[in-house]
Design a protein around this ligand. Structure first.
Ligand SMILES: [Ca+2]
Length: 375
């Protein structure tokens, strides 16, 4: 197990039902580790709720598994009969509401992507986007509930000009009313000019929306829709006029001021060729505070961008073979979903007794780094 040692010198911040606990300023080692989940099921996404010890594991072939603190799972949704895993399809993510009684699922069915709400009334299809490609591509993949905003980002279906066409949902960041009635539901377009925004997340402290947009031949990009721009007008992220920070293939007008990415990397730099976002870390680990964590599905590294300086570092942690999502749970642990292997959990050890309850069970994680009481 690779470890990544850091020194704790600041105030700790705790999330959720642990409340905000300001511990005395101390100086001791914290060891961040990427442990393999004891539940080895490969998943494509891990959803959580604030103040809740459970996680919701999403398998690409169509299962949602509710996982307890002890890593025991039960199936709460089974879409395997309707999910199409052809191309870049599958059940790509879920968002959870009402203590787990409501699930929003984004998946590819035969011939169309669907955003659906599942609750006591069954399935309500909120959006259906026909897909005519023989091999479905650029579907995006994340549905996220942020307060009263249900957000979904869809890729351009490999037809770049659609990203700029506000008459259609492809290549857009969409906002829905999570309680909308009717089927399909109305939506607002908050962003256009996205190529394949496979993963995005909302910074809980600022409301900024961090979008990792997969590039074409040259650049991977991270772009931010500032909180002040939410719902104000259609923000333009530039594709296909721009690919990251360079000119894109074009072929269509890209009106209005364009939001330039906050970070890009070139495909020939070794960082990878298919970005996987990503979250602004606001959890327990002080050394990760204010950093945007991301990965690349073709590389397996974890990258950390300091929001203050823009500097990106590569951690020594192995976060998987094909990392396809990074999300945080109520414990402040970061889950890295791996398309072909067990999820990794970024967690830590500390001699602070108050933190022991947050550690993984020692029998699961091993006693080398994770649990101080193991000695
Ligand atoms: Ca862009």
């Amino acid at each position: 197990m690779e470890v990544w040692k850091m020194r704790q010198t600041a105030v700790w911040r705790r999330l959720g039902w642990f409340a905000i606990a300001l511990l005395p300023v101390a100086c001791f080692d914290v060891v961040v580790t990427a442990v393999t989940s004891p539940n080895p099921t490969p998943v494509i996404y891990v959803a959580s709720l604030p103040d809740d010890t459970r996680q919701w594991l999403v398998t690409r072939d169509g299962l949602v598994l509710e996982q307890s603190m002890d890593f025991e799972t039960r199936t709460v949704l089974d879409l395997r009969d309707v999910v199409d895993t052809n191309g870049e399809g599958g059940l790509l993510s879920v968002a959870v509401a009402d203590g787990g009684d409501t699930l929003f699922a984004y998946y590819l069915a035969e011939g169309a992507e669907r955003l659906s709400r599942f609750d006591a009334d069954g399935e309500t299809v909120m959006l259906e986007v026909p897909h005519k490609n023989f091999t479905p591509k650029h579907l995006g993949g994340t549905v996220l509930l942020d307060g009263a905003d249900l957000l979904l980002a869809i890729g351009d279906h490999a037809i770049p000009k659609w990203s700029q066409d506000v008459g259609r949902p492809e290549g857009k960041l969409l906002r829905f009313d999570p309680d909308c009635s009717g089927s399909p539901c109305d939506y607002e377009i908050w962003g256009r000019g996205l190529r394949n925004p496979f993963r995005f997340d909302v910074d809980p402290d600022t409301g900024d929306i961090w979008i990792a947009d997969v590039g074409e031949q040259a650049r991977e990009e991270i772009s931010v829709l500032p909180a002040a721009g939410r719902g104000q007008e259609v923000q333009n992220f530039g594709w296909p006029c721009r690919e990251g920070d360079i000119a894109g293939p074009g072929g269509v007008a890209c009106p209005g001021p364009m939001i330039e990415p906050v970070y890009t990397y070139a495909h020939d730099t070794g960082r990878g060729q298919s970005i996987t976002g990503g979250l602004v870390y606001r959890g327990w680990l002080p050394e990760l505070q204010g950093k945007y964590l991301f990965a690349d599905a073709t590389a397996g590294n974890l990258y950390l961008m300091d929001l203050a300086t823009g500097r990106v570092e590569t951690s020594a942690l192995d976060v998987g073979q094909i990392p396809v999502a990074l999300t945080m749970d109520a414990f402040g642990r970061v889950w890295v979903a791996d398309l072909i292997g067990p999820p990794r959990i970024l967690t830590w050890s500390t001699p602070e007794p108050a933190a022991q309850a947050l550690s993984l069970p020692s029998a699961v994680a091993g006693c080398d780094n994770l649990h101080p009481s193991c000695g």
